[in-house]
Ligand binder design. Structure first.
Ligand code: WQD
Length: 348
């Protein structure tokens, strides 16, 4: 079947990557996965196949291995563009192991850009994060909000990668056009419950910790502080359904294919709404009927008290708007957790 062309998806077996692969295929592209499976599982490929009724090609290589990358680009021939998800993303781990994060997150982007240049592949969507904003002075945050010194090596790697893309565009010597998508907080799973978040070990993030607590895998959830300057005292975040986030990547690829933008562009990808931790807990209980065992604990060091997106730019210039809300995100996260249990695939 004639497609719109090959899109290489690094980290394509990961949480957001796997959902992007499904949406790319549905949009008529031919996704080609690159993943070294250090933070993902082969079962994600089976889930993608079950949804698409088609096998998506996967190259099990490490993106910091430039020779292996060259081999993939050589084998695949004409490639329309790349979405670069592959990165480590645990904030706490990055504080303990900064070199691991700089080598992988920055090294993989540099290697990828070098190979893209060699093979004349000129369109890149980069997975960035609202963490580049640090603790914002104003809310909601716009793309013009000053990028502050990140409060973790993980966040710093995202800032460095954005700077690399900006410097490359400014050099005047590169034909690569990039779009950096600054994610807020991805949650939920594909409505089929065949792909979703697979945190290895104890989850760092709120929603998988909630679903594992409700499933009885974790004894209780600790709310990291209710003494913040927010309506109910708990932290506020912009929780975006992972399917909406995946669709934003297709919109970004389309924009690059149609040569519509500048050489480097940044977009906030969020809902534009903020919800507190306690609101998330109560909404989860409402939509799933599960009573959650939680306690109030002390603040988590490094936590941003409040952040949520101003989505004007992505709405007006990217033509992107989220369609799903917090309730769908939490219900799909629970359905996924139930499916993991039923298929004995929990990674605890
Ligand atoms: C959300 C809220 C916690 C766990 C990080 C990265 C970001 C992105 C998403 C990769 C906070 C509270 C959490 C718990 C809690 N990572 N919480 N109890 O920290 O906003 O963002 O993950 O792309 O770049 O910075 O997400 O889910 O860890 O926390 O009370 O057991 O839930 O305090 O307010 P965060 P999170």
């Amino acid at each position: 079947m004639e497609t719109k062309g090959k899109i290489v998806v690094t980290g394509g077996a990961g949480y957001i990557g796997s959902h992007a692969v499904v949406e790319l295929f549905a949009a008529g592209y031919e996704p080609i996965i690159i993943d070294n499976f250090v933070n993902s599982q082969q079962s994600a490929l089976e889930g993608i196949q079950a949804i698409l009724h088609a096998t998506v090609k996967c190259h099990p290589i490490d993106c910091t291995d430039i020779e292996a990358l060259r081999g993939v680009f050589r084998e695949e021939g004409s490639i329309v563009g790349v979405i670069h998800f592959a990165a480590y993303k645990a904030v706490g781990e990055s504080v303990k192991e900064p070199l691991k994060y700089y080598h992988n997150n920055v090294g993989s982007l540099v290697a990828l850009l070098q190979v893209m240049t060699e093979f004349n592949v000129n369109k890149l969507v980069f997975s960035s994060s609202c963490t580049v904003y640090g603790i914002p002075d104003q809310l909601p945050v716009t793309e013009a909000t000053p990028v502050k010194k990140a409060n973790s090596p993980y966040g710093n790697t995202k800032q460095i990668c954005e700077d690399i893309l900006s410097d490359l565009a400014r050099s005047g010597g590169s034909t690569i056009y990039s779009i950096a998508l600054r994610y807020f907080n991805p949650i939920g799973a594909h409505p089929s419950a065949k792909i979703g978040e697979l945190p290895l070990g104890v989850p760092n993030n709120l929603v998988p910790f909630i679903t594992q607590t409700a499933m009885g895998i974790r004894e209780k959830l600790t709310v990291f502080g209710t003494d913040y300057d927010t309506p109910d005292g708990s932290n506020i975040r912009d929780y975006i359904h992972v399917v909406d986030l995946a669709k934003a990547h297709v919109v970004a690829v389309d924009r690059l294919v149609q040569n519509k933008g500048e050489q480097i562009e940044f977009f906030n990808i969020g809902t534009g709404r903020g919800n507190s931790v306690l609101e998330v807990i109560h909404t989860f209980e409402k939509v799933t009927g599960q009573k959650l065992n939680y306690v109030i604990g002390s603040r988590r060091p490094g936590d941003v008290p409040q952040i949520y997106a101003d989505v004007t730019k992505s709405t007006q210039e990217l033509g992107f708007k989220t369609e799903l809300g917090l309730e769908e995100g939490l219900k799909s996260a629970w359905d996924w957790e139930v499916n993991l249990k039923n298929s004995n695939r929990q990674t605890v």
